[in-house]
Ligand binder design. Structure first.
Ligand code: BEZ
Length: 210
């Protein structure tokens, strides 16, 4: 069965461009972004992995490790790494999993044969420090992902884990948040700043400082 939000992310041991990794042990105590790409030496994938390398400091500031996977073998990943650095402007600084037996790709339901072949589509899993799956995205092969959106979701998850708030439509870090419906308006006014009651169930407030 496909993975769902809240499930424990399947553990695995695999060869990567940074040596053999046991996933849960590797991410120990960190958030992780595990994302698949269809194939090495392809244009969209090269831009995506280059962008991820360039955003390394942004991910690290949020205690997030990134890791990519495709069904290509290790020597292919190693041969492609230089192109990723050339295109993104930053050397490859995160591991790419070699998954020629498709065991990781199948465990995460990243292969959608209706998309043309049995390589992985563009899946993204955000996994929290307790190894729970917190976000699942699936993009078609022809559409590159938006890694600013992935950072935005991580910011939202980290904020909403810490406070009884949620993030409204198009929220960006620093924007006002909505108070969780489990909190009374009286308690919201005692807890948060500048509470605005738009509807009894829709109360905006300044974002708490993380
Ligand atoms: C690409 O990364 O450009 C790509 C890979 C597989 C199918 C389509 C596009």
């Amino acid at each position: 069965m496909a993975l769902r939000l809240g499930d424990v992310a399947p553990d695995f041991t695999a060869d990567t461009t940074e040596g053999e990794i046991s996933f849960h042990q590797w991410k120990d105590g960190s958030w992780a972004v595990l994302f698949s790409h269809p194939a090495d030496f392809t244009p969209v994938c090269t831009t995506e992995l280059g962008r991820t390398a360039a955003l390394n400091d942004q991910f690290a500031a949020r205690n997030v490790k990134t890791i990519a996977v495709s069904v290509d073998p290790l020597d292919s990943h190693q041969g492609w790494a230089g192109d990723i650095g050339d295109v993104g402007g930053t050397d490859l600084n995160f591991p790419i999993i070699a998954d020629p037996d498709k065991s990781v790709s199948l465990a995460y339901d990243m292969i959608h044969p209706g998309e043309g072949d049995t390589s992985t589509v563009r899946s993204v899993f955000i996994i929290d420090p307790s190894n729970k799956v917190r976000l699942i995205l699936t993009y078609p092969k022809s559409v590159g992902r938006n890694f600013d959106e992935i950072l935005r979701v991580i910011d939202a998850l980290q904020l909403t884990d810490q406070y009884t708030v949620a993030t409204p439509v198009d929220w960006r870090p620093g924007d006002r948040v909505v108070v969780a419906t489990t909190v009374s308006t009286e308690d919201a006014q005692a807890t948060f700043s500048n509470v605005e009651v738009v509807k009894p169930y829709l109360r905006f407030a300044d974002a708490p400082k993380a």
